[in-house]
Design a protein around this ligand. Sequence first.
Ligand SMILES: [Zn+2]
Ligand SMILES: [Zn+2]
Length: 310
Amino acid sequence: MNRREFLETVVAAVPALGWQGTPANEWGSTVFDLHFHLRQQPAANLAHLDGAGVTKANLLTRAAALEQIKALQSAAPGRFTWFGSYDVSRPDAEQMLTQAAKDGAQGFGEMKFHVAADGPEFRRLYALAADLRVPILIHFQEVDHFPNEGTWATGYAKTFESILKAYPKTTFIGHADAFWANVSADYHNEAAYPSGPIKRGGVTDKLLGDYPNLFGDLAANSGNNAMSRDAEFTADFLKRHQNKLFFGSDCSCSDGRGGGTSQSNNPAASRMTGKCVARETLTVLKRSTSAEVFQKLVWGNIHKLLKIPA
Ligand SMILES: [Zn+2]
Ligand SMILES: [Zn+2]
């Protein structure tokens, strides 16, 4: 059998292989989900990754979940990294997060707490993240999704630039409603997820351009919504910040195909009902960028940031 005959036999036997010999991937690139909340059952984590066509994910966990993380990492070697989170207002937050980093956490997050983004609770953790050389992923939200929810890491649009200046050695990853609504210059906390064309010159666009220590997490309805409002803006935004953005899902659907509930407990995100946020966002990114930029957003950038082999 010559080489050509051999290849034809292989391709006939395994249609998914194709001529390159690489496994076909529906997204045209391997995919890393930066924003994936750890699920109780190991199989439930893998069901979402496999269903959505995702290769690896970063588990966002409470620092106390170490046993579960280790079990999942050994069940699926090479597929999971993790970030640890801990209540910023507790006196032992620095101690607990330092221990998480020692245990293998490669970042702090998701940090979602009812305190000001420039308050003392967060400031000590910004300093710690710089000392330990790990990124900190923050949920910024100023508008309730349901009555009395309260706000999270408040003051983003007004005060966060001062934080970026004060902590140049800290790597910040912005996420959630206020971070993404502020891509538009006309936003003033009217809605959790504003719609319509984007007014150029928004706070987030400006900060991503001006501060090398700020990155953006495209996860959740917030990221998807921002990238779905204005196709021309999105194409330009992704191109300009192609080295500073990461794909993430924050999806809670059961199967990576929209089964179950995709944006749990959030009536404001009903546009994602019956959909998988991972799939929806990968689709938007793919149609809005070149293959090269898409690959950076969904794979290359996060490997570089976490200094892990791609
Ligand atoms: Zn969040
Ligand atoms: Zn999903």
